[in-house]
Write a protein that binds this ligand. Structure first.
Ligand SMILES: Cc1cc2nc3c(=O)[nH]c(=O)nc-3n(C[C@H](O)[C@H](O)[C@H](O)COP(=O)(O)OP(=O)(O)OC[C@H]3O[C@@H](n4cnc5c(N)ncnc54)[C@H](O)[C@@H]3O)c2cc1C
Length: 416
């Protein structure tokens, strides 16, 4: 490889955002280079939960994919909903889809990222995609009306030019820092840790994922997600601003909760850790950023697209990847990769995800008040209408926006 190489489109990072962008570019018949610093299969620290928003994107790539997930019970376990546990330990079970029968195919899945990401990566294989694993982007410079990227692999360092970089290089994105000038902001960032356990008891019979809003984790939560082969992904996330203000050691707090918090500790009596406890950051979508510019588009974690309440980022990353491919196709048509031409990407991503992210920020703020959480969950346990309303909120944004209205809580308080 020499310094004269050029690709019109380069995707940096082959996680959910980058692999999805690659698959949609190939579908549109657009040649591109896909690089990743890791060699697949590779681990990614995560809760491993694929929400109901992942499947519709996969179906657009290939309707067969969902059947493949259903059939692969070694690596994918179907999930039908979420259990929200309030700080006092009381919980409500909310199905992902209020109209769904548990015998229907699952709307969500849980799969270790080492398997899910490898599955996605293998799907990028196409005559339009040149793929290089073990190649890390280490620098970006402007080069006339293009970008010059420096790439490092085991045996060489080389440079390559491009008209358009789709940055899908995750939380520590070089493109996000170098091209957009973004820095980590503790008010919009969460620290997370993940552990794999065997032998956790009392898992939900329909594989609901569980979010435990323990007093000691607010604003944030401890999660318990079922995995294939009787394992569980257990972890915790907490807002970085709170962690530094209260000088929290998240790993210690997590282990203490498992040992001592009476709402969960009995379930870990005979549980065994099967891997090291590992940590990674979550760049939250609680502030609106500009996510494209001259010759580049930021996607997924590189664009800070994680839901600030649930911590869900895979589906948003895949959505960004899909829209990035569509916008790049339009830019190729016009031969225009300017900031103005690519600004359409920002519009489309925020039109679809903007309201949802704003509402989740409100819910994140509300979750700092344990008494309010306890109150809403206790009410929902005895009030079928309220439970159904919360359940429908997953599908219906307009309903979810009620959570921002103080009248919602007033009516709840007085049973109106
Ligand atoms: C503790 C924790 C729990 C989470 N739980 C969930 C959950 O249960 N469900 C959910 O939906 N989301 C969850 N998330 C969020 C989710 O993991 C991310 O939002 C998602 O992985 C974003 O996908 P991505 O493709 O943008 O980035 P990534 O998945 O991080 O992929 C980035 C890729 O870029 C590559 N790369 C990085 N730097 C370079 C470079 N310099 N050169 C070349 N390649 C590079 C990496 O090797 C990697 O393959 C969690 C996150 C954390 C930290």
């Amino acid at each position: 490889m020499t310094g004269t190489e050029e690709f019109k489109v380069i995707i940096c990072g082959a996680g959910p955002a980058g692999s999805t962008a690659s698959m949609f570019l190939s579908k549109a018949g657009i040649d591109h280079l896909l690089i990743d610093k890791s060699v697949f299969p590779r681990d990614k620290i995560c809760g491993d939960a694929l929400s109901g928003k992942v499947l519709p994107i996969l179906k657009k790539i290939d309707p067969q994919i969902t059947k493949e997930l259903e059939a692969d019970q070694q690596n994918f376990i179907g999930s039908y909903g979420i259990r929200f546990a309030a700080p006092n330990g009381k919980f409500i079970d909310i199905p992902f889809n209020s109209k769904l029968d548990f015998k229907d195919p699952a709307p969500g899945y849980i799969s270790k990222r080492i398997n899910f990401d490898n599955y996605l990566y293998t799907k990028t294989k196409s005559s339009y995609c040149e793929s290089r694993q073990g190649h890390a982007l280490t620098g970006i410079e402007r080069f006339g009306d293009k970008l010059k990227l420096t790439i490092k692999s085991d045996n060489s360092t080389y440079q390559i030019t491009t008209s358009c970089l789709i940055a899908a290089d995750g939380d520590r994105s070089i493109a996000s820092k170098t091209l957009a000038g973004y820095k980590m902001s503790p008010a919009h960032y969460c620290a997370g840790i993940r552990a794999y356990y065997e032998g956790v008891t009392d898992m939900h019979p329909n594989n609901f994922i569980e979010l435990h809003f323990l007093d000691e984790m607010l604003p944030g939560y401890l999660w318990i997600f079922p995995l294939p082969n009787g394992q569980a992904n257990v972890g915790a996330g907490m807002l970085s601003k709170r962690i530094s203000k209260q000088k929290v050691n998240l790993k210690r707090r997590f282990l203490e909760a498992i040992e001592n918090n009476p709402t969960i500790n009995y379930r870990f009596k005979n549980a065994k850790l099967v891997d090291d406890i590992r940590g990674w950051g979550l760049p939250l979508g609680s502030r609106r950023l500009k996510i494209s510019g001259n010759n580049y588009i930021l996607t997924g974690d590189a664009a800070s697209m994680i839901d600030p309440f649930t911590g869900e980022g895979i589906s948003n990353a895949m959505y960004c990847g899909m829209v990035a491919a569509e916008c790049v196709a339009e830019s190729i048509e016009k031969n225009d990769f300017s900031e103005m031409a690519l600004a359409n990407y920002d519009k489309r991503v925020y039109n679809r995800l903007g309201d949802e992210l704003k509402l989740s920020k409100t819910m994140q703020d509300l979750s700092s008040f344990p008494w309010l959480f306890n109150f809403v969950v206790s009410k929902a346990r005895t009030n079928e209408t309220l439970k159904n309303t919360i359940s429908c909120m997953f599908d219906d944004l307009e309903l979810r926006s009620r959570l921002r209205d103080p009248a919602f809580y007033f009516k709840l308080l007085f049973n109106l």
